[in-house]
Design a protein. Sequence first.
Length: 64
Amino acid sequence: MSKTKLSRRNFLLTVGASGAAGAATLAAKAVPQAQPVAAREQKRRTAGYQDSAHIRNYYRTAKV
């Protein structure tokens, strides 16, 4: 009887450990990787308001 209990314990320990390892693997894949500083700076420079010929034409024609 003690051999059966020991076998169940080992099975449950193995199942629990593999479940935790699987969850850790999924969490590691879900975390985005850090971008290099140069890529962040480039993104920051291109975002936001940009003056263009189209916008200048709109401002010129929208004057009251």
